[in-house]
Design a protein around this ligand. Structure first.
Ligand code: PMP
Ligand code: GLU
Length: 385
């Protein structure tokens, strides 16, 4: 019998970041000495305060469905954090708690995009935006970024493509390039979106892993009605497996997203939400400790890459670095994992502009980073690079 599966789903690829990360973990489990630069997740243990609170919350009976938008106490705590960090005023009705930031992004796109709508995405970009737009029958147009200027959006290209577009998806600090933007640069982008009536989906999941001050898109009051900011607990509190994220947008958009949530996942896990309140209240020390450590590792790997003559743009945030090679990224990543047991993500996986790059995630201790760099150097030498 012929099975006719959905063209929409047949049309999207698997997530290369998740696939390669799983492969690296599997090799490690099999006993290979793998240096894993592929994993897009922190290597620190979740703070003990959060774990203890999960146990307490379960004991206390937070084992049933939570309200679809999330517990009000958690939404209030997020508002407080944004006030404290960025001095922006958000009301809890403008927040929805989701099982992971990924779900928040999907709900936002589902709530905004009609079939055929044009969505602009600066590229290289994280692997899941385009598939999500396609799942909503939207049409992606990539906007160029300029590597020589730190992988910043090419403003002229954005201006040209903004006409007739519905949504801009921006992500900073950026996965995979580590690029970010200051206030004036963001203002220029916001103004183009305002002139062309675009919505902005601003994925700021790496806002607390920054080597310079982060400016949230929420700072721009004029765009607030057309803005969705996405964030989460995965990266900030090393809680990737807990699946907890959120979105901030005007109430009308949040209500629409909430409908998608009600009919798909119902709500985010109740006891994890309770523990997240503790993360926000008590774990600022942890966020700072991780940030300090990533900065140290980033300085280290930057120095080492320079020493062996590999070019890269110095990241302004995230735990990714995106060096450039005179070699196809897929091929190089393949040689590195097969022969040298070094896992990386080929730049091509991140689309236009990612060709001949590798994404290295520095979520491993400096000794391991050093070992990985030595293996990469050996590989390049043996290839007569
Ligand atoms: N956005 C970006 C840019 C990411 O790198 C990730 C990584 N997982 C996510 C969103 C989703 O995060 P999560 O669903 O774990 O909250
Ligand atoms: N965001 C991380 C990455 O880019 C985790 C995997 C994923 O969700 O894509 O590697």
């Amino acid at each position: 019998m012929k099975i006719l599966l959905s063209k929409r789903v047949l049309n999207i690829p698997k997530s290369s970041t998740l696939q390669i990360t799983a492969k690296a973990k599997e090799l490690k489990r099999m006993g290979f000495d793998v240096i894993n630069f592929a994993a897009g997740e922190p290597d620190f243990k979740t703070p003990k305060e959060v774990i203890n609170e999960i146990n307490r919350a379960i004991e206390e009976g937070y084992i049933y469905y939570a309200p679809s938008k999330g517990y009000k106490e958690l939404r209030e705590e997020i508002c407080k954090k944004y006030k404290e960090l960025y001095n922006v005023d958000i009301n809890p009705e403008e927040v929805i708690i989701t099982p992971g930031a990924k779900q928040a992004i999907f709900e936002a796109i589902s709530s905004i995009i009609n079939p055929g709508d044009k969505v602009l995405i600066p590229s290289p970009c994280w692997v899941s935006y385009e598939p999500m737009v396609k799942l909503c029958d939207g049409r992606v147009e990539f906007v160029r970024t300029i590597e020589e200027e730190g992988f910043k959006i090419d403003i002229e290209d954005l201006r040209k493509k903004a006409n007739g577009a519905k949504l801009l998806i921006i992500n900073y600090p950026n996965n995979p390039t580590g690029s970010s933007y200051g206030y004036d640069e963001l203002k220029e982008i916001v103004d183009i979106c305002l002139e062309n009536n675009l919505y902005i989906l601003s994925d700021e999941i790496y806002d607390r892993i920054t080597f310079e001050k982060h400016v949230t898109m929420l700072s721009f009051k004029d765009i607030r009605d057309r803005l969705i900011v996405v964030n989460g607990f995965s990266k900030t509190y090393s809680m990737t497996g807990f699946r907890l994220g959120y979105a901030i947008a005007n109430e009308k958009i949040i209500d629409e997203m909430s409908k998608v949530q009600e009919h798909t996942v119902s709500c985010a896990t109740s006891f994890i939400q309770i523990a997240a309140i503790t993360a926000l209240r008590k774990c600022e020390y942890f966020v700072r400790m991780m940030n300090y450590e990533y900065k140290r590792r980033m300085d280290y790997i930057s120095r080492r890459l320079s020493e062996i003559g590999i070019s890269f743009v110095k990241p302004k945030g995230t735990f990714y670095i995106f060096p450039k090679f005179n070699y196809n990224g897929f091929k190089l990543a393949n040689i590195l994992i097969e022969k040298y047991h070094v896992a990386t993500i080929p730049g091509e996986a991140f689309g236009i502009g990612g060709e001949n790059h590798l994404r290295l995630s520095i979520t491993l201790p400096i000794e391991k980073i050093e070992e990985g760099i030595q293996r990469i150097e050996k590989c390049l030498k043996e290839m007569n690079y």
